[in-house]
Design a protein around this ligand. Structure first.
Ligand code: ADP
Ligand code: MG
Length: 276
């Protein structure tokens, strides 16, 4: 059973507006999938369709086998948590624990259970010590971790991060990517990371590339980033290690496109020894 399935999904914001046609892809349980695409390629539209904020015009979307239709809308929405870009727009309370509890309280979770969920969620994002802190005093990365905790408190099985690191500094970005890695490993949550940072996509099991509402590439990050010419036509860049591999190959040292620094270092060492 797929965690998430889009089958020939179409959607349009209206006559003459942006549209998605016949979009099909699947995400497996426990998988970490990156969605790459230039601004305006439809990434956020995909995220909104996946959790039912937007309703598709055609095709089928299902989450763990349950169709995203009127009858199942609320069940499915609870399975698919979305973390957005701006941490300041996602917090509603002034104290951390109240904010984390907010979503779960809204769906009628009992007091005791809420307490357990706050513990669980703050622990998962490494913010236990900030339970009684004032959100306004936190860094961007910390605020975004609180936003993640608020979504986690609803116990989703899939989490979509819609450019959730885009407004953060490098340290904040790293914090979020570490939390995401932990959610996968420890909580077995299926993760979709929407990003325009190739570095973040390189961490995924698989990557999907969107261009003008169309799925134009999919494969492992190593496969995707080995097609540099194609990426350029979609206004996408290689991660730093991909550019290094590319430059070495162009300079006559043949190395494989693995996006793995250790493998690359070994290959360079081998080339140097053979060449001498
Ligand atoms: N509510 C809306 N009404 C009309 N067009 C929209 C709306 N929201 C987004 N769009 C357009 O749809 C396209 C895709 O947007 P979006 O999914 O947000 O792209 P991305 O997240 O990849 O930047 C863009 O051209 C955007 O201007
Ligand atoms: Mg977007």
């Amino acid at each position: 059973m797929h965690a998430l399935e889009f089958r020939q999904v179409s959607y349009s914001y209206g006559e003459g507006e942006f549209r998605i046609d016949n979009l099909s892809f699947t995400v497996e349980e426990g998988e970490f999938v990156a969605v790459l695409g230039h601004n305006g390629s439809g990434k956020s539209t995909l995220a909104r369709l996946a959790n039912g904020i937007l309703t598709r015009d055609g095709g089928e979307i299902s989450v763990f086998g349950t169709p995203l239709d009127e009858k199942h809308l609320y069940d499915v929405r609870r399975e698919v948590g979305v973390v957005f870009q701006n941490p300041d727009n996602q917090t509603v309370a002034s104290i951390v624990e109240d904010d984390v509890a907010f979503g779960a309280e809204n769906v009628g979770t009992s007091r005791e259970e809420i307490g357990r969920r706050i513990d669980f969620a703050l622990h998962a994002v490494g913010m236990e010590e900030y339970r009684h802190a004032t959100i306004a005093r936190l860094s961007g990365g910390q605020k975004q971790r609180i936003a993640i905790a608020g979504v986690l408190a609803l116990l989703p099985r899939i989490m979509i991060f819609d450019e959730s690191t885009a407004m953060l500094d490098p340290r904040g970005r790293r914090e979020i990517m570490e939390v995401i890695a932990r959610l996968r490993e420890e909580k077995k949550i299926t993760v979709l990371v929407i990003t325009h940072f190739p570095e973040e996509a390189a961490l995924a099991d698989r990557a999907l590339v969107l261009n003008r509402g169309e799925l134009v590439m999919q494969g492992t990050p190593a496969e995707i980033f080995s097609r540099r010419e194609d990426l350029l036509t979609y206004n996408l860049d290689l991660p730093r290690i991909g550019s290094i591999e590319q430059a070495l190959n162009e300079g006559g040292m043949s190395v494989s496109s693995t996006l793995d620094y250790r493998i690359l270092a070994d290959e360079i060492a081998k080339e140097l020894t053979c060449g001498s």
